[in-house]
Design a protein around this ligand. Structure first.
Ligand SMILES: [Ca+2]
Ligand SMILES: [Ca+2]
Ligand SMILES: [Ca+2]
Ligand SMILES: [Zn+2]
Length: 405
């Protein structure tokens, strides 16, 4: 396997968010102005959590902590999602699957703040071996100004075939195995999953991506040709269209792994199954697909994760740089996920990827680099459980067509 020559490794213009390449005076000015607005919020609504699985804000369960950490896989996205603010003449009804009952539920005049996606979370005994289920919501009875209607339909993101802008959706986790025994989840994000349990964090990340449109939106299907995902960012990173699996094809195929790692590449989060007792993070390939369905993904998330000093590995020097930058904002070193803040989560990512190495996958570099073949997917052989996604075929019309596998 070869890496590209050093002379090709350079910053390119679209990496504007990599603020540390800007001069100190400008850096300070940008930092003062940019930090808070550059990220979306996933706001969890637990009103349907009848069993108290997620605890309370004051006394969160381990499940809630894992779910809310999983949301951080997406909160660096920079989309300016228009607020849905019902008022005198502006009305709508949010419609969503009640995650705890699987029945349709509605919320009249749900207010959705700017930049926020609302996630109704719950649990129930899902059918057969299904671990979890999620999907975007839809809407009913919209009326009011053009701007209000536009916010409901696609959050001001323009054509939905190119850019998905949901108000929110639902996520449901399984409580019992097919045998009737309680589902054994591993909740603790600070320890590796124990043998015999599924990692709650891993499943939550995967399902939240479905809620945000992967496999479930018009923008996703616009990038699918046959059984391949052919969005521009994913194709560029993978060097080919990415094979999909299932009918309909809502997941990456079994053998797919994510560049730009050298050696054994990680399996993407958005594969069709997850392995028992393993943790999978959202990989650069997963992020590339999210970019292709219209999310504003920081460039850091499309590169070797955790490589703070950009020397194509993740080691103690990267961790030290994070420690020194901790608490910084606006492009301080150590911001692994590109949300313009250096915090606990950046360090958590570095620790996960310690020992990894990779190559520069920027467009310039890819054009002239010998990209290693993606590693094979032999590890898929052991205990696998299907994940499913709900799909709203007619969300723009406000109808509730769906399919579940
Ligand atoms: Ca967008
Ligand atoms: Ca490094
Ligand atoms: Ca960060
Ligand atoms: Zn899935």
């Amino acid at each position: 396997m070869s890496c590209l020559p050093a002379s090709v490794i350079q910053r390119i213009p679209w990496r504007g968010r990599r603020l540390r390449v800007i001069g100190p005076a400008l850096l300070a000015a940008v930092a003062a102005a940019a930090a808070p607005a550059a990220a979306i919020t996933l706001e969890f609504d637990y009103r349907f959590d009848a069993s108290g699985f997620f605890g309370t804000a004051e006394a969160p369960s381990a499940a809630r902590r894992a779910l809310e950490l999983a949301a951080r896989s997406f909160t660096a996205f920079g989309d300016e999602l228009a607020a849905i603010q019902p008022g005198a003449a502006d009305h709508w009804t949010a419609a969503v699957t009640n995650p705890s009952t699987a029945q349709p539920a509605t919320v009249a005049d749900l207010a959705v703040p700017h930049g926020t996606v609302i996630v109704f979370a719950g649990t129930r005994d899902l059918p057969s071996a299904t671990l979890a289920e999620a999907g975007p919501g839809y809407y009913q009875n919209p009326s009011g100004s053009a701007a209000f209607l536009d916010a409901i339909v696609n959050r001001g993101q323009g054509a939905s075939a190119a850019d998905f802008g949901p108000w929110g959706g639902f996520i449901a986790f399984d409580t019992h195995q097919s045998s009737g025994a309680p589902r054994a989840w591993h909740f603790d994000v600070e320890s590796p999953p124990i043998a015999g349990a599924y990692d709650f964090y891993t499943v939550a990340v995967h399902e939240l991506a479905h809620l945000l449109g992967f496999g479930t939106s018009t923008a996703y299907w616009a990038d699918v040709t046959g059984s391949q995902f052919d969005g521009a960012a994913a194709r560029q990173l993978y060097q080919n269209p990415v094979p999909l699996s299932g009918q309909p094809p809502q997941h990456f195929d079994f053998g797919v792994t994510s560049p730009p790692f050298l050696g054994v590449q990680p399996q993407p989060s958005l594969g069709r199954t997850i392995p028992l007792g393993q943790r999978k993070l959202f990989t650069p390939l997963d992020y590339a697909a999210m970019a292709d369905i219209g999310w504003s993904v920081p460039p850091e998330l499309l590169e070797l994760p955790g490589d703070v000093d950009e020397d194509h590995d993740v080691d103690g020097a990267d961790f030290l740089a994070w420690q020194q930058g901790l608490g910084g904002a606006g492009g301080a070193p150590g911001d692994v996920n590109g949300d313009l803040a250096v915090d606990y989560y950046d360090g958590w990512l570095i620790r996960h990827y310690l020992g990894a190495s990779g190559y520069d996958a920027s467009p310039l570099a890819v054009a002239s680099a010998a990209v290693p073949e993606p590693a094979g997917g032999g590890a898929w052989a052991t205990a696998l459980v299907m994940l499913t996604a709900r799909r709203r075929w007619h969300a723009r019309q406000g109808r509730a067509g769906s399919c579940r596998r």
